[in-house]
Design a binder for this molecule. Structure first.
Ligand SMILES: [Zn+2]
Length: 255
């Protein structure tokens, strides 16, 4: 049976998301920004929390773990490289490991850069990827602990997943990301389409998430650092893609 998901807002601009296996009843929270909205989503769906899958150690992704663990005795799965910074971890995982939520299976993809041990959970059969603060719609996370080269390599790994993969990320930054992206690729038709779609989604009180990798590959400048026209627009024609990526990321930091 296919996975079901429930998306909701947490804190100021974080997303919380549940993934549910209807066959076994297992339900995982991807990250735990805060307990109350996750409890509310569980109540609304009638799902029982069995697991928390943590993408990285930041407090706005882990602040609800202690309370949820106390209430549900759920398993906490976290990146091995960051386990010491995350409360109440039961299992640690790294590149290539498999994580099961009932009968649903995820592959662990290491996507460092935003933090040094950041991971993405890819449920390949369900075509779902939970990318935390690595890939946002039309954006990417700040490079805080890793290097620009590392982040570019991580984004390329995600870019290589099947195009119809639906991507869930940690924050609602889409409109601001689009505004910036239009300074990098003002003539990108896919970006114009995405801008109109996202503006309507927000105006209608909907989410801009999930996005798909096809959409992101076409419109997200952070996945397009190796497109010659992007490098040329930045005055970096012929330069390595990682350098072009770093330039885009630095411009965004100042935007
Ligand atoms: Zn973060």
């Amino acid at each position: 049976m296919p996975a079901e998901t429930k998306l909701f807002r947490c804190l100021n601009d974080n997303y919380g998301v549940l993934i549910h296996d209807p066959a076994s009843g297992a339900t995982a929270a991807i990250d735990a920004p805060e307990a109350a909205p996750i409890e509310a989503a569980l109540k609304q769906t009638g799902w029982k929390l069995t697991d928390i899958l943590v993408t990285h150690h930041h407090g706005d992704h882990t602040g609800g773990i202690a309370e949820l663990k106390q209430n549900h005795k759920c398993r906490v799965v976290a990146p091995r490289a960051e386990a010491a910074k995350i409360p109440l971890v039961d299992e640690t995982v790294s590149e290539g490991d498999k994580v099961s939520v009932g009968n649903l299976n995820a592959n662990v993809i290491e996507t460092p850069g935003h933090t040094a041990g950041h991971i993405t959970f890819w449920f390949h059969a369900d075509k779902l990827a939970f990318a935390g603060d690595t890939l946002f719609s039309i954006g990417c996370g700040r490079v805080i602990e890793g290097t620009m080269d590392m982040m570019w390599a991580s984004l390329k790994k995600l870019r290589d997943l099947p195009g119809d993969t639906r991507v869930y990320c940690g924050h609602e930054y889409t409109l601001a990301n689009i505004k910036f992206a239009q300074t990098i690729e003002p003539d990108n038709a896919a970006l114009k389409t995405r801008a109109a779609q996202a503006a309507k989604q927000i105006a209608d009180g909907q989410w801009t998430i999930p996005t798909t990798l096809d959409e992101e590959r076409a419109a997200n400048p952070f996945l397009r650092a190796d497109v010659p026209a992007v490098a040329a627009h930045l005055g970096l024609a012929g330069k390595p893609a990682a350098q072009v990526f770093a330039e885009i990321r630095e411009r965004k930091n100042k935007f």
